[in-house]
Design a protein around this ligand. Structure first.
Ligand code: FE2
Length: 285
């Protein structure tokens, strides 16, 4: 039997990664698969890279790694110009770890002998930014996965757990290690075990010390450097709910020509955030 651990969306959360690695200890894991968004958002980017470098793991880039590899290059789209997080994270990583990230693949195809081949993507096979959500219809998923030869698809990006069969594909999402968005502030990851030529997923949730993350945000002056988006990122590490995306949706709708600022938190606090977030993230709200 082959047993894999699937981790994704660690988002520079070292206490959450350490809790997951502790939880893994009693299992004999043959390989660790990391489906992108290892760094950015959280405050421990360099430490997370150092810890992963000690492990037997295959890693792909997520959209948060693209924000770093393409920031202020000719590849960066125009709307990235107002981003405030890349300078903070790039300063933590330095050239060495950025060269490692720059050399990661965008997708992987895994071919273990005792179960179906696995395609690993961050969002979808078409884009790091396109999610496969629990609310996506079978038809939408068939369109997104058209042409994928592997029977099993590991996706990430949404930070929401998924284990679904659609038209011969087994689609899996381990949730997020470091930035869960389902209201449950515990690290989420998945074990995959080969049985009768199929993969069986075991989803696991693990408690971690979230106060350590909040303290590190403060120690590294994260909000001072990253402004209103930084403030909302910290809120996400308190609430395990989407905070940044609803704000950006509200800003685009009501005041897209005004520079984003802390003063916008007051009017934004009066809106119903559910009006600005996809239904998949409203479970239990
Ligand atoms: Fe992510």
């Amino acid at each position: 039997m082959t047993r894999l651990a699937v981790l994704s969306d660690i988002h520079s959360n070292l206490p959450a990664l350490e809790a997951v690695l502790d939880d893994l200890k009693p299992f004999t894991v043959d390989q660790i698969i990391v489906a992108g968004d290892v760094v950015n958002w959280g405050p421990f980017s360099r430490q997370v890279m150092e810890r992963l470098a000690e492990l037997p793991c295959a890693i792909i880039r997520g959209n948060n790694e693209l924000y770093l590899t393409d920031w202020q290059t000719s590849r960066a789209p125009e709307h990235w110009k107002i981003f405030t997080l890349p300078p903070y994270t790039l300063a933590q990583l330095g050239d060495h770890w950025m060269n490692v990230i720059s050399s990661w693949p965008d997708t992987l195809s895994l071919r273990f002998r005792d179960a179906s081949a696995i395609k690993v993507v961050h969002g979808s096979p078409r884009s790091h930014f396109e999610p496969i959500l629990p609310t996506s219809s079978d038809t939408e998923i068939e369109t997104i996965l058209a042409g994928v030869q592997e029977n099993t698809v590991i996706t990430a990006h949404s930070h929401l757990i998924l284990d679904r069969q659609v038209n011969g594909w087994h689609i899996l999402n381990a949730g997020s290690v470091g930035n869960p968005l389902d209201g449950n502030m515990t690290a989420s990851y998945m074990l995959l075990e080969s049985h009768n030529d199929q993969w069986r997923a075991i989803q696991r949730r693990v408690a971690f010390d979230s106060q350590r993350v909040l303290d590190e945000f403060e120690r590294t002056h994260f909000i001072e450097q990253c402004g209103v988006v930084g403030h909302l990122v910290v809120q996400e590490y308190r609430s395990a709910r989407l905070e940044v995306l609803p704000f950006l949706e509200w800003w685009r709708k009501h005041c897209p020509d005004e520079p984003q600022s802390m003063a916008m938190l007051e009017p934004f606090s009066k809106v119903d955030k559910r009006d600005y977030m996809p239904p998949a993230y409203q479970v239990g709200m």
